[in-house]
Design a protein around this ligand. Structure first.
Ligand code: 5AD
Length: 366
């Protein structure tokens, strides 16, 4: 293990089997060594800054029916909402006031003209009112034209998770109207439209193996992604995806561990990308889950800046934290907890992924 870690840290390239063996580590000492190596690589390639992105969950109306998700279209038990333009701009103003370098607009996937227009207006409005704020979209699969339009209106980044790079697993967790190749094509369209592109997977899905997860990391690398957002799969009471055996605290702890390991191994292999420490980690360990993600190699956190009013209707999974914490309380808690682990929050800077900047340089020199 020591030799393997040293080779990975030196950037020598390790095999798929070796990658899987790192992802699967469970013993405390080995995991600690893994996270420390990942943090050294983080320090060397992206520094110790933590970037905060103000998350605006603008709508839970969704045309998709993903088997794991609480806002799938088939869930008749939640109240559907869509923020108005003024509410979205208000949330962005809060992010600006708090010194967050960027905002993320995240909503259910819709391709109808009105939904596309709302996002477009929001992007143009934020760009005009807050020229220095980075704008990230997380609005699902869209046509190349829509991606281009949003990009031209001023959006910089786009998050679209592949959920699993295993075709078979992808098929098991999605209904027939979701298609792996279409998702892949959308990720390529995003790059062609000029976005900084992020993707990611769920970790600890039923019947997912360490080899699947290792292949996910190789997939990130092959796609040359700029940003990675991934977190443990969490059962959702209204969603049909279930594990073969009942949920236990031990299983949750194992998924949490796997989530940290995935962050660390992704940092070791991909070096200069931005990696988010996600809400799913915080869900499994509300006190310090996201902070542990930072200590395993992540460098981005996405605190909610939306109104508390709609939080309960945006439960992608059970146990989502901060249900009635307002944005100010969330910010104060994060400041304390990040200071506690020796992290440094970089305020008022967009935190563009080094990986993206390096690619731009190569292109302009090439
Ligand atoms: N557990 C963990 N993550 C989930 N997501 C959706 N449902 C769940 C769940 N039950 C994640 C998906 C999606 C992102 C917005 O939320 O990966 O891309």
């Amino acid at each position: 293990m020591r030799d393997l870690l040293a080779r990975a840290e030196a950037g020598e390239g390790i095999s798929l089997e070796e990658t899987a063996s790192l992802v699967a580590r469970e013993d405390e000492a080995a995991c600690r060594a893994l996270y420390e190596a990942a943090c050294r690589v983080k320090l060397r390639y992206v520094g110790n800054d933590v970037y905060l992105r103000g998350l605006i969950e603008y709508s839970n109306i969704c045309a998709r029916n993903c088997l794991y998700c609480g806002i799938r279209r088939g869930n008749g038990r939640i109240r559907r909402f869509e923020l108005g333009l003024d509410e979205i701009l208000g949330a962005a103003a809060l992010a600006e006031e708090y010194g967050y370098g960027s905002v993320v607009l995240q909503g259910g996937e819709r391709r109808d003209g009105r939904a596309v227009e709302l996002v477009d207006e929001a992007v143009r409005g934020i760009r005009k009112a807050f020229p220095g704020l980075g704008i990230t979209l997380s609005c699902g699969e869209q046509s190349h034209d829509v991606y281009r339009r949003w990009r031209e209106s001023g959006a910089d980044r786009y998050l679209l998770r592949i959920e699993s790079s295993s075709r078979e697993l992808f098929r098991r967790i999605h209904p027939a109207d979701s298609d792996f190749d279409e998702r892949l094509a959308a990720l390529k369209d995003l790059r062609a439209a000029g976005f900084q592109v992020g993707s990611g997977v769920m970790i600890g899905l039923p019947r997912q193996t360490a080899a699947d997860l290792a292949r996910d990391i190789f997939f990130f690398r092959d796609l040359d992604l700029d940003m990675i957002g991934m977190g443990p799969w969490l059962p959702q009471h209204d969603a049909p995806l279930r594990d073969d055996t009942p949920e236990t605290p031990e299983k949750a702890a194992r998924r949490f561990r796997l989530g940290l390991n995935m962050i660390a191994v992704t940092r070791l292999l991909l070096r200069d990308v931005n990696i988010a420490s996600t809400t799913a980690l915080q869900t499994l360990r509300p006190a310090d889950g996201r902070e542990m993600g930072l200590l395993a190699g992540a460098n981005v956190i996405m605190p909610n800046v939306g109104a508390v009013e709609h939080r309960a209707d945006y439960q992608l999974y059970d146990g989502k934290p901060d249900l009635d914490e307002n944005a100010a309380a969330i910010r104060a808690a994060l400041e304390r907890s990040i200071a506690r682990i020796g992290g440094h929050i970089a305020y008022r800077t967009q935190g563009t992924p080094r990986h993206y900047l390096a690619r731009l340089n190569r292109l302009s020199e090439g």
